[in-house]
Design a protein around this ligand. Structure first.
Ligand SMILES: NC(=O)c1ccc[n+]([C@@H]2O[C@H](COP(=O)([O-])OP(=O)(O)OC[C@H]3O[C@@H](n4cnc5c(N)ncnc54)[C@H](OP(=O)(O)O)[C@@H]3O)[C@@H](O)[C@H]2O)c1
Length: 255
């Protein structure tokens, strides 16, 4: 029987690339995001290639919307084999003393509370079937804190702690829990972080080759295709030009 994967935040970047890859290796998909038009485009692309894809359009920060969307799955909610907790964002790059409270709330509500709320709805079905796999999107920001990364880094440190906590609590049910922690990935991430300022977003990747969404999706495929007795606890995936959250090697025109 076909396995089912629920991927949050599949309207762009890593989530979208992961959805397409998982469909290619035979998963039926349930994909989420706020942008209905993007979800529709993804369904068309998956179905054109013979795959199957359901969509749930909701804001993960809104518990009422989230619960309604999960309820709409009915029995299918119990049958999810793989949950990829990917929806997330950095909403600011301001120092701690001048950042906007709303940006902090956006990050905490999406990256931490959203991840928890979706997981709590999916896990009971996995426990019932005594099988399942959860892959959480952490980041190099979950390992290190860099200047002006304050709350974003805190949310990804929380994802690290929650990944470990889930693994411990779900051990007895045979449920795998993994995290993947990428360095810089060129997606819509920086455009979102700089509130639509494309020039600032482009500057993040100037002079170096970052990771691309497809690189992370390929690593997620590796994580979810290990034999039943093998769990990848965490996979730290960096661009060659990035040594840490702080050290990058950028080639200028003269170098
Ligand atoms: N790019 C990087 O450098 C990088 C590095 C390490 C880790 N990560 C992590 O990787 C994950 C994916 O990021 P990405 O780089 O692929 O960025 P992206 O291209 O901006 O994609 C983010 C996804 O999250 C969804 N999302 C954001 N807020 C949401 C909300 N309130 N409700 C529902 N969905 C929401 C977006 O969908 P809608 O806008 O349609 O709602 C979109 O599909 C994030 O958790 C991020 O923290 C990224």
């Amino acid at each position: 029987m076909k396995k089912t994967a629920l991927i949050t935040g599949a309207t762009s970047g890593i989530g979208r690339a992961t959805a397409l890859r998982l469909s290619r290796i035979g998963y039926s998909l349930i994909v989420t995001g706020r942008r209905a038009d993007r979800l529709k485009t993804l369904v068309d692309e998956v179905e054109k290639k013979g795959g199957s894809c359901k969509t749930l359009c909701f804001d993960i920060q809104r518990k009422d919307e989230l619960d309604k969307a999960m309820d709409s799955l009915g029995k299918d909610l119990e049958g999810i084999d793989l949950l990829v907790n990917n929806a997330g964002l950095a909403s600011t790059a301001e120092p701690i003393h001048s950042a906007d409270w709303n940006d902090w709330e956006r990050m905490i509500d999406t990256n931490v509370k959203g991840l928890l709320a979706v997981s709590q709805r999916v896990i009971p079905g996995m426990i019932q079937r005594r099988s399942g796999h959860i892959v959480n999107l952490s980041s190099i920001a979950g390992k290190e804190t860099y200047a002006n990364g304050n709350v974003y880094c805190a949310t990804k440190h929380a994802v690290e702690a929650l990944t470990k906590g889930m693994r411990i609590d779900l051990l007895q049910y045979g449920i795998k829990v993994s995290s993947i922690s990428p360095g810089m990935v060129e997606t819509e991430f920086s455009v979102v972080r700089y509130h639509g300022d494309q020039e600032k977003a482009d500057a993040v990747y100037q002079g170096l080759t970052p990771l691309y969404a497809e690189d992370v999706a390929e690593a997620i495929e590796f994580i979810v295709t290990r034999p039943a007795h093998v769990n990848v606890n965490d996979l730290l995936l960096m661009p060659t030009a990035q040594a840490s959250g702080v050290y990058n090697y950028r080639q200028t025109k003269n170098s």
